[in-house]
Ligand binder design. Structure first.
Ligand code: PRT
Ligand code: ZN
Length: 314
């Protein structure tokens, strides 16, 4: 990366326009990382929200296909999710946020740099009422409609089942009713769509969530930008799974309280004016939060204050 006085040129903050004249357009563009994000759909909002939480400002309008961040060398490309793996593989974008299902189905060979843990869903076999499903073997010789033939075929092969995938690009749920399939393999999150179409979820064969993929051959300058981005994403994701808790406690209960909080390095302890009392603060895993809260209360903790954490590092 070309830098002067510690400021990367592409952010260009402390300099006038004159300095940019020294650089060709390609040199400047090359140090910016481009990210492909779904334009409109289940991944769009959370993908953009995650990047905004990383302190990266940009203006995204659903009518435009491109945008640039200010203050961070990141350019956006808003596209259909199906196209994201190929765009990254072809170098149209350096990284992308896509469902693991789309990535695996595409067959592209990219680096999966993070599981972002949103848009979770499962690919399940669903059958009509009355279908005697006792396992994948029940699908032997059957027609299975799906938009994910690659993943389905892999699972069937691994389980030694010979069945015929019927590839459809949408409305998979109606294929049994209209007689072109005996069962389906489709994405499920709540299961409502299956029920509404008279189908029963028989077995989950694959799990997915949003992932960040990256081109395996990126210039070192871009790799450095990606590391900065991932560092911010990790801080945001870690903070989302923690709560910050503050409370007052009789000092003789401190050891017990530390055991209840667990999982962290020693909590911060400050003496109070009131002799024999201390103020304690610590981060707590969100999934253990209520158990910790109740146990601390039972121990004699008072004035318990709970806060969301915006960003944190381990
Ligand atoms: O236009 P574009 O091609 O970009 O979008 P798309 O319509 O192909 O994708 P989109 O926005 O529907 O989904 C994007 C990604 O979200 C998927 O690739 C998955 O990784 C993830 N995801 C999470 C889901 C679901 N949950 C989901 N429930 N994708 C689709 N569904 C559909 C499913 O196909 C079925 O029709 O929702 C229906 C089932 O939902 P439930 O809640 O009734 O079970
Ligand atoms: Zn799609």
């Amino acid at each position: 990366m070309i830098a002067m006085m510690g400021f990367p040129i592409e952010e260009g903050l402390p300099f006038g326009g004159g300095l940019f004249i020294c650089l060709s357009k390609e040199e400047r563009v090359d140090t910016r990382l481009s990210i492909a994000v779904q334009k409109n759909g289940r991944l769009s909002e959370k993908s953009l929200e995650l990047i905004k939480s990383c302190g990266i400002d940009f203006y995204a309008d659903s009518r435009v296909l491109k945008a640039s961040a200010s203050g961070f060398p990141l350019d956006f490309l808003f596209v259909r999710d199906d196209d994201i793996p190929q765009y990254v593989a072809d170098g149209v974008a350096d990284i992308g946020i896509v469902g693991r299902n789309e990535y695996d189905e595409s067959g592209a060979e990219l680096s999966v740099v993070r599981d972002l843990k949103f848009a979770s869903c499962r690919l399940s076999i669903a059958v009509p009422k009355g279908f005697q499903y006792t396992g994948l073997g029940s699908l032997e010789g059957k027609r299975i409609a799906t938009s994910y033939p690659r993943i389905l075929s892999r699972v069937l092969k691994e389980n030694g089942v010979n069945a015929e995938p019927v590839v459809v690009s949408g409305s998979v749920e109606i294929t049994v009713d209209i007689g072109i399939a005996d069962a389906i393999a489709d994405l499920v999150s709540t299961g409502t769509t299956l029920k509404m179409n008279g189908l029963e979820e028989a077995e989950c064969i694959y799990r997915s969530s949003a992932i960040m993929v990256a081109s395996p051959d990126m210039a070192d300058e871009k790799k450095a930008v990606l590391s900065r981005l991932l560092e911010r994403i990790d801080a945001v994701m870690l903070a989302r799974h923690k709560k910050y808790i503050l409370f007052n406690l009789p000092s003789d209960k401190l050891e017990e309280a530390a055991r209840i909080i667990g999982g962290m390095k020693s909590p911060t302890v400050t003496p109070l004016m009131d002799e024999g009392w201390v103020s304690v603060q610590s981060a707590v895993d969100e999934d253990r939060f209520w158990a910790v809260f109740e146990e601390l209360k039972a121990l004699g903790a008072e004035g318990i204050l709970v806060m969301n954490i915006e960003k944190m590092t381990e």
